[in-house]
Design a protein around this ligand. Sequence first.
Ligand SMILES: O=P(O)(O)OC[C@H]1O[C@H](OP(=O)(O)OP(=O)(O)O)[C@H](O)[C@@H]1O
Ligand SMILES: O=C(O)c1cc(=O)[nH]c(=O)[nH]1
Length: 215
Amino acid sequence: MSMLQVESLPREIAAKLLDIGAVALRPEEPFTWTSGLKSPIYCDNRLTMSYPDIRDLVAEGFAAVIRESYPDADVIAGTATAGIPHAAWVAQKLNLPMAYIRDKAKGHGKQNQIEGRIAAGQKVVVIEDLISTGGSSIKAAQAVAEAGGEVLAVVAIFSYQFASAEKAFAEAGVPLRTLSGYSALIDVAAERGIVQSGQLASLQAWREDPASYGK
Ligand SMILES: O=P(O)(O)OC[C@H]1O[C@H](OP(=O)(O)OP(=O)(O)O)[C@H](O)[C@@H]1O
Ligand SMILES: O=C(O)c1cc(=O)[nH]c(=O)[nH]1
């Protein structure tokens, strides 16, 4: 692949998500998110698994961020389920151990929440596919901390960049880095004529107050 330009990743990844139909707009029948919020948009980053060039672009992006900002990471830990494959690809690129974090401990077997090894004191980068409220990945980071790991950051493919999510990460003391996000997505979608200028204001207003949408 050609030289990776981290600065151009937000638009590049947003364009790829649009290319593969990962972004669905459905204002007439809002999606229900994992947090319970209703949304006119759903971004299915799981589809990137099916495209080797796109999943490799994502893995290169993650690897570049980790090499640059978290070079002393000991473990790459994916959030279950959608973060797991991306964690595996970047751990392989960086030749680092990998683990994954379930949303809750198993009710049988070893009753683990974390699978794989995270030893006390190890520095961990958590890989997530997408940040809406941030609730899932903050919970995952807290599980790592309870296991004795030191969370260096959550690094995600995409964030809706809600102010409330940024506040939640700040309050939890968990640094967040993302490869792409809603602003880049809306810019590229507008340039392509996928969203019309008349829809931009309502998409912007939705992002400023997502909790009120559909109420
Ligand atoms: O920032 P949040 O508000 O927590 O939302 C984002 C989370 O929601 C999705 O997971 P989902 O619960 O759909 O499960 P999956 O990863 O197993 O598909 C996504 O993969 C993130 O983990
Ligand atoms: O918040 C969620 O559940 C969510 C939103 C979204 O756009 N994509 C996704 O996979 N999950």
